[in-house]
Design a protein around this ligand. Sequence first.
Ligand SMILES: Cc1cc2nc3c(=O)[nH]c(=O)nc-3n(C[C@H](O)[C@H](O)[C@H](O)COP(=O)(O)O)c2cc1C
Ligand code: SF4
Length: 443
Amino acid sequence: MAEKPGAKPRSRSGAKTRAKKDDFKNLLSPIEIKGVVIPNRIALAPMNTLMSLDNRGYVNDQVLAYYAARAKGGCGLIITECVLGTELASRFPYTSNLHCFNASHMPGLAELAETIHAFGSVAFVQMSIGFGRQGHSHAGERPPAPSVVPMMISPEYMPRGFGKALEKHPQMIERAGGELPYEMSVEEIRREQDEFANSCRFAVGAQFDGIELHAPHGYLEHQFLSPLTNRRTDLYGGSLQNRMRFLVETFLKVREAVGPDFILGVRMSADEHLPGGFTHQEALETARTLAALGADYIHLSDGSYEALKYFFPDDDGAILPESANFKKAVEVPVICPSVHDPHTAEEAISQGKCDIVSLGRQMFADPEWGNKVASGQVDKIRRCLRCNECLMRTAAGLPVRCIQNPNTGRERFMPEYWRPPIKAKPVTKMRIPPKLPELRRFS
Ligand SMILES: Cc1cc2nc3c(=O)[nH]c(=O)nc-3n(C[C@H](O)[C@H](O)[C@H](O)COP(=O)(O)O)c2cc1C
Ligand code: SF4
C-alpha cells in the first residue's frame, strides 16, 4: 500500500514502536564494488530534476546543493540524473538535462563529483546515449530510434493519481506523446556508440567513481531491446541476441574507453509489462549477458512511458519480486528502486532480494532518510505520498518540487548544503581514462 502522510511504524498489536539502529544492520552495512567502498546500502536513485535549467547541460549551484543535501542526508551512493552523452542525444532531451559530450562539460561535472565526495558519498554518473522516440526536439526535428513506431499512451498503464494531476498539467500529455521518430542507419548507430564511449571518458576524467549506462524506461537502448519498438530486419533486430546487440556493443565500447578497472553498471527495466514487449525472461537473459561481459552491477527499474505505473510504482517494494529473480540470475550486486520503507529495505537485503536500495521520490520528500535510519529515528521520516506531483511538474517542463518538502529544488539557498571548506590536501591520485587508438578519439 502507498504510505500515509507521517505514517509511523507500529507493532503487531498496533502500538507505536521506535526503531533501533541495529534493526537496520544490513541496510547500514558497507558494500565494496571493484575496490570502491560504499558506506551503506542506500542510494539516491537517478532523477532528472530539470535543475540544469537552461538545457545547455551545465552543472550549476542548485544542482550541486541538491546532490549535497542527499549525500549529507546519508545516501552512501549518489547516482546522478541521466546525463546526455552525445551531441545528437542532447538535441532530443526530456526537457532539460545535464550533458557530457565535450570537454566543456567536464569542469562542472568534476565540481559535482567533488561535492558529493566532500559530503562522504560515492558518486556514480548515469550516462545516456539518448531517449529515442521518448525524446523531444526543441526545433521540430524527428528523433532517432531503431524503427518508425509512434508512442501509444494508454490510461490503464498510468500510475494512481495521474488522471487528476493531468488535469492540472495538460502539457504533460503532449510531451509524453513524443514525436514520430526516424530509423537510425547502421552507420549512425556506430557513430553514436563511438561518440558516447568517448563521452564516458570525460566522466572518468571528472573523477566519478563509476558510470551507470541508462538503458531502462523505454529509452533508446530499451527501444532496441523491445520487439514493440524494434522492427528492424538487420543485425540489430529480430532475435533477442540481435535486439540486445545495440546495448551490448555500447557496453563493450564504453568498457574499452574507460578501462577494465573502472566501475561500469547498467540500469534496465526488469520487464516492459506490455503485450508483445520485452519480457522479464528476456531481461534476465540480457542481465546475464552483461554480467558475463563485465558489468559491475545491475540497477533495476521497470516499465516505460507507455507502462508508467511500473516505472513509478504506487506500492512500496513493487519491484522486489523481480529483483529477487535478478539476484538468482547474476552474481554482481543488484540495486532495486522504490523501497521507501526502511523495514522493507532491511528485510529485502537480508533475504537476498537485492544488495542496495535506490530511493527516488522518497529522497525528494526527505533527504535525511539515511541519517534518520542510522540514528533510529525512523518515525521522523517524512514519507513520500507517491502522489506524483513532483513528476507532473517535471513533465510539464518545470524543475522539481515536492508537496511534502518545500525545500526540494531550493537547496542552493541553504548554507548547510554548500560544500564545506576542505583542509589543504593535495590531490594525489586522479582517475585518468586509458589511451585509445587514434581513430576512436573524438574531441
Ligand atoms: C522526477 C523524476 C525524474 C527521474 N529521472 C530519472 C533518470 O534520469 N534516470 C533514471 O534512470 N530514472 C529516473 N527516474 C526514476 C527513478 O530513478 C525511480 O526509479 C522511480 O522514481 C521509482 O522509484 P521511487 O518510487 O523511489 O520514486 C526519475 C523519477 C522521477 C520522479
Ligand atoms: S511530490 Fe513526489 S516526492 Fe513529494 S510526496 Fe508527492 S510523489 Fe512523493
